[in-house]
Design a protein around this ligand. Structure first.
Ligand code: ZN
Length: 315
């Protein structure tokens, strides 16, 4: 995974899990993939657009301009003169053989018109995406995407409101797709990412600002590692309790055998995320006593956000 691919992956994966009626995919106008500044997004309308698979396409190349060129080469064989195509990236490696085809054809503009207001190298992906987007908006379009450079001309897609709509995605909505390490099988990773989206939809559940602030910080900017509970977990198991999760030193262990739904997984994950932000709790009382300080700690209160109940295991 190249750095420039990360915002594409985060935007694509977040977009396809949220309500998106009328749109087929979302493309980031790269602002800063590393620092996670809010990302301007072009949501491509479904009308006339399609995600196309081609076995011969491999967009996992560097630099990004090469990926855009390869897509255009493959797309040109489809003979759709009023359409265009760009790479589309997701977590699944098969996405390297997919491209997004939409109802907008490339137009050539002089490179000088782009770099006039931009210092920096036009071949750098951060610069070229921003420069083209700015040019497009100055001309009354909703946004623009660079395609390919050809000497003094750069070919761009200038998207109108008939083809795309602008949105803003926040760092905590997209960065967790690419800044976390998943030392678990793909099926568990996918369920875990579903749990992440569920957490994002629930974090404003009560009056404790530590909970949304902690989740946003962890999802947007931290680099957590996920492992299975059987993989050298450092936390103790007490008789009578099932160990569901454990946090230690930027690593989160999860009991995937017990946490089979995204809801149960989300409750454990949000608890461990609060630990990663520095919030702790006394040992869980046995037998349970809801007046015990364990139940008024931030990690345990965060569990309530998901479905109003506490987790049944040890966390
Ligand atoms: Zn805990």
């Amino acid at each position: 995974m190249q750095d420039y691919q990360k915002p594409f992956i985060g935007v694509y994966e977040h977009f396809r899990r949220i309500e998106s009626s009328g749109f087929i995919a979302a493309i980031p106008i790269i602002e800063d993939p590393i620092e996670g500044v809010n990302t301007r997004v072009l949501k491509i309308k479904t009308d006339g657009a399609e995600i196309v698979h081609d076995d011969g396409l491999n967009t996992d190349v560097f630099p990004p301009q090469e990926a855009f060129r390869r897509v255009l080469e493959v797309f040109s064989q489809r003979n759709l003169p009023s359409h265009g195509a760009i790479p589309i990236y997701g977590l699944d490696p098969s996405m390297y053989n997919n491209f997004l085809q939409f109802k907008c054809s490339p137009q050539g503009i002089p490179t000088g018109e782009l770099i006039r207001d931009n210092s920096g190298d036009i071949e750098d992906p951060l610069t070229w995406h921003k420069a083209v987007d700015k040019y497009a908006r100055d001309k009354g379009f909703v946004g623009g995407i660079p395609v390919v450079f050809n000497g003094d001309t750069v070919f761009v897609y200038l998207l109108s409101s008939a083809e795309a709509e602008v949105d803003v995605f926040y760092a905590h909505e997209i960065n967790h797709y690419t800044n976390m390490t998943f030392n678990i099988p793909d099926a568990q990773r996918d369920l875990l990412l579903e749990a992440h989206e569920l957490i994002l939809s629930k974090i404003d559940c009560n009056t404790h600002p530590e909970i949304p602030a902690g989740v946003k910080s962890a999802f947007g900017f931290s680099e957590l590692v996920y492992r299975d509970i059987g993989d050298n977990v450092p936390c103790d198991v007490r008789p009578g309790f099932i160990l569901l999760g454990c946090y230690y030193n930027s690593r989160i262990w999860l009991n995937f055998a017990e946490l089979a739904s995204s809801e149960s997984l989300a409750k454990t994950v949000i608890h461990e995320i609060m630990h990663s932000c520095g919030y702790d709790h006394p040992e869980r009382p046995d037998p349970d006593d809801l007046s015990h300080p364990y139940y008024s700690s931030i990690p345990v209160l965060a569990e309530l956000c998901i479905d109003g109940g506490f987790s049944a295991g040890l966390l």
